[in-house]
Design a binder for this molecule. Structure first.
Ligand code: ZN
Ligand code: MN
Length: 479
């Protein structure tokens, strides 16, 4: 059946582990990958009678995040207890913020930020053996090292309209957080975790449809694919005459399927109440101003600088500036480049061929074997006409696969452009071989030059620079 077009609305909720030395409310050190249950104490294990103390560094980082996202920082906010039972939460509640978040009403790119609040992480559960049966061989193990890690939760307004935009925006957020130096923002290790709220509604209407929540998409690709699958599922439900139910779903990237985890709970289910053991957070105006003044160059500003000062194409500037790894790669490459090698040329090689070659091996460009200095060197070889574009692309493919020295690769694969004396002779021979074409070019038939260029390329096995060959032919024909 065909009704009105159903348009998606996406909002994201992101949990960011802060890179503080110690936990949110106790002195236990944070160390990713440490032996399980070696960084615990009575406070983060939820023993009775213990008292939490706020980590000042976490507050400082939260302030930095809030101002970088253009939020208002609340002059006074408190912590609440969010009550629920789960084996990774020994206290029976999570300390979080509720009615007044630390920061609110911000914006990043074209997405509004609803709130930024502070809370603590739960412990880490791992499931081993066969699960799903009572008395089965399966078991769940708890590592309390992660319990009590400082978290900032960032909630967007539902301003995102397609899965690719969600992925791009998460990249922008990740880069922003990385520039701030407040987190590792590593999705695989869980220091950046993303949930997505997804709904669809008939085009032209205002009221949002019933949303579902997709939990823990632990990579950019899964986020895009998961949201895409959920939009398709909701459209199918509605088009079949059904109604979307509010629920929490898990996306399995291997099968591409969505399975319900639980029906969505509402905030009143958590029996939030003020945490009586912690004082009110009251950052001074001076602290907030100081945080604002000390912000580093953020992706939006970086994009502007790349476009305006370095003259990059707007798309290249955006692609580089919004992706932390790519921006770092580009910055290192330009820093390593020889004099006279243009940043613009380096940017074009990175955003064009390098990104494409990396994608073929399903890698991020920065994760391939090509290092920034070698790429810069290769761009220099092209600029000085020691290798032409086609040859350079072959060299880049080798760099991506196995790394190495571009000069050595050019020699090994015999990709060096012919030296000018040799090229001169080849061009003269080509003109002699194609007298008709030469006459036509002289008579103003520009296209006829192709036949002569073709001979030169055959003779040089494609290594000559096309522009250079054309220029030489024309000058030899007295044009
Ligand atoms: Zn502790
Ligand atoms: Mn949370």
């Amino acid at each position: 059946m065909s009704g009105p077009e159903l348009v998606p609305t996406i909002g994201l909720e992101i949990h960011v582990q802060l890179l503080t030395r110690t936990k949110m409310f106790c002195g236990c050190e944070l160390e990713f990958g440490a032996e399980p249950n070696t960084h615990t104490c009575p406070i983060c294990l939820g023993h009775p009678g213990t008292l939490p103390v706020v980590n000042e560094q976490a507050i400082e980082y939260a302030t930095r995040i809030a101002v970088a996202l253009g939020c208002e920082v609340a002059p006074r906010s408190i912590f609440h207890r969010k009550n629920y039972f789960y084996p990774d939460l020994p206290k029976g509640y999570q300390i979080s913020q509720f009615d007044i978040p630390y920061g609110s009403d911000g914006r990043l790119g074209d997405v509004r930020i609803h709130r930024v609040h502070l809370e603590e992480d739960a412990a880490k559960l791992s499931h081993v053996g066969e699960s799903g049966r009572i008395h089965g061989s399966g078991a769940s193990l708890v590592d309390f090292n992660r319990g009590g890690t400082p978290l900032v939760e960032i909630v967007t307004e539902p301003d995102i309209t397609d899965p690719a935009a969600a992925r791009e925006w998460l990249g922008l957020l990740r880069t922003t957080l990385r520039q701030l130096g407040v987190s590792d923002v590593n999705m695989e290790e869980g220091s950046l975790r993303c949930d997505a709220n997804v709904s669809v509604r008939p085009a032209g209407t205002e009221e949002l449809g019933t949303k579902t929540e997709l939990k823990n998409m632990n990579s950019f690709r899964y986020l895009e694919r998961g949201v895409d699958a959920e939009i398709a599922r909701q459209r199918a439900v509605i088009e079949a005459g059904g109604a979307v139910e509010q629920e929490t779903l898990h996306f399995d990237p291997a099968s591409g399927t969505l399975t319900p985890l639980r029906s969505k709970e509402y905030s009143h289910d958590y029996r939030y109440f003020p945490e009586p053991d912690l004082v009110t957070l009251a950052p001074s105006q001076a602290d907030v101003e100081a945080a604002r003044d000390s912000l580093p160059e953020l992706p939006e500003q970086r994009r502007e600088r790349y476009a305006e000062e370095l003259g990059l194409h707007p798309d290249a500037a955006r692609l580089l500036a919004f992706d932390a790894d790519l921006a770092e790669f580009f910055e290192s490459a330009t820093a390593a480049a020889a004099d006279g090698v243009e940043a613009k040329a380096i940017a074009n090689w990175i955003t064009g061929d390098l990104v494409a070659l990396a994608r073929e091996s399903e890698l991020e460009p920065a994760a391939t074997s090509a290092d920034p200095a070698s790429v810069a060197q290769l761009v220099g070889l092209v600029a000085s006409k020691q290798v032409n574009r086609g040859g350079a692309r072959e060299v880049l493919a080798v760099l991506v696969r196995e790394g190495g020295d571009p000069v050595e690769i050019v020699e090994r694969l015999d990709l060096g452009a012919s030296d000018s004396g040799e090229l001169d002779a080849i061009v003269e021979k080509a003109i002699a071989e194609q007298p008709d074409a030469a006459a036509k070019v002289k008579a103003g038939e520009g296209k006829a030059i192709g036949a002569i260029v073709g001979v030169v390329m055959r003779e040089t096995r494609g290594k000559a620079d096309g522009g250079e060959v054309t220029r030489l032919i024309r000058s030899k024909l007295g044009l």
